[in-house]
Design a protein around this ligand. Structure first.
Ligand code: ATP
Ligand code: LTN
Length: 327
């Protein structure tokens, strides 16, 4: 049994990209592995967050974890800030991370470009992510395509630590889904669909109602042609919508091409919307039930207890190896 760990930031409303690229795979993985899934609230504050919104989003994301099928009796589900070892190991690893390594990170470049005041935490973000992963002796990290580079750095830091201070961390592997690893924005197929995009029309939120989903998809940008054909270079927008359709139905890309041959984009977009609605509606129903019960608090309490026991043990070993006087 492998140890699996991943995290999602409560930096906005979860999107269909988060569901297809991340959450849905967590649910499958929990059947076969020893899983840790957390809401990474310490990472979310690397860009400014309104306190009331952060609290609401943290609760909402956690409830969506459960509503999507993550089961606290099968997986450890917790908030990053509930396990203090994350911040502490994050600092220790920051001191082992080179400036040049952080300067190369494309997520930092994307999130800081054009901004005037950039918090130092946005820069050191990957060292904290490495701490998240290494605290639990993680073997597999399910993430979307955009996180590959952060995981590479985590592997380098684990190797560096092991070489300097003795064998401590297993080297984690990324686990990237074949379909849906990169769902693109509805208004610009060169950018990934992202919950912190200020234009709500650019993403489908997991909690968007049926009419909103229909409207957003009918307005989604497409090229001026009319052929429903998968061609990432020539037709990135339609190809993205086809990936979403394939992920929300049991149709393959080839079957979708065959079904809409000669019909233009209209009927395709209509059916796509219904497939997305049918995927999200049952999750939304469970979400409402969870938010109105006390389920969330109980799950988080026991998740934090179990996670802390493992994380504290690793942190103690790390500190002893680095030469800290242990209390
Ligand atoms: P933000 O815009 O605030 O950076 P995000 O929407 O990119 O957030 P994260 O919390 O950074 O979401 O990511 C959570 C998980 O969802 C990660 O594993 C990430 O790779 C995956 N993910 C995010 N967006 C997409 C997407 N558009 N397609 C596929 N996977 C995605
Ligand atoms: N950086 C990730 C979120 C994240 C994460 C992690 C993912 C923080 N810690 C540990 C996997 C494992 C993101 O922006 N999606």
């Amino acid at each position: 049994m492998k140890r699996v760990l991943s995290g999602i930031q409560p930096s906005g409303q979860l999107t269909l990209g988060n569901y297809i690229g991340a959450l849905r795979n967590y649910v499958l993985l929990q059947e076969e592995h020893d899983c840790f899934f957390m809401v990474v609230d310490l990472h979310a504050i690397t860009v400014p967050q309104e306190p009331a919104a952060l609290k609401e989003q943290t609760e909402s994301v956690t409830a969506l974890f459960l509503a999507s099928g993550l089961d606290p009796t099968k997986s450890n589900i917790f908030l990053q800030s509930h396990v203090r070892a994350h911040a502490e190991l994050g600092w220790l690893l920051t001191t082992l991370t080179y400036m040049g390594e952080l300067e190369r990170m494309t997520q930092f470049k994307d999130k800081s470009s054009g901004k005037e005041s950039i918090g130092a935490g946005l820069f050191t973000y990957p060292s904290l992510m490495a701490a998240d992963i290494l605290l639990y002796g993680t073997n597999l990290v399910p993430v979307g395509d955009d996180q590959k580079q952060h995981l590479e750095l985590t592997r380098d830091l684990a190797n560096r630590f092991n070489q300097r201070f003795g064998e401590t961390f297993p080297i984690p592997e990324p686990f990237i889904p074949k379909v849906g690893a990169r769902i693109m924005s509805l208004d610009d197929a060169s950018k990934k669909m992202s919950k912190s995009n200020p234009n709500a029309g650019s993403y489908i939120a997991m909690l968007d109602g049926p009419d909103v989903i229909r409207k957003k998809l009918s307005r989604s940008v497409t090229d001026s042609g009319r052929e429903v054909k998968y061609d990432l270079a020539a037709k990135p927008e339609i190809s993205n919508l086809m990936s979403i359709y394939a992920s929300c139905s049991d149709l393959s890309i080839q079957q979708i091409e065959a079904r809409y041959e000669g019909q233009g984009y209209g009927p395709f977009k209509k059916d796509l919307a219904e497939a997305v609605v049918a995927t999200l509606e049952p999750i939304q129903q469970r979400y409402r039930d969870i938010r109105s019960s006390g389920e969330l608090e109980a799950a988080l309490r026991s998740g934090a207890e179990q996670a802390s026991a493992i994380a504290d043990k690793t942190l103690r070993e790390v500190k002893a190896r680095m030469g800290f006087v242990l209390p």
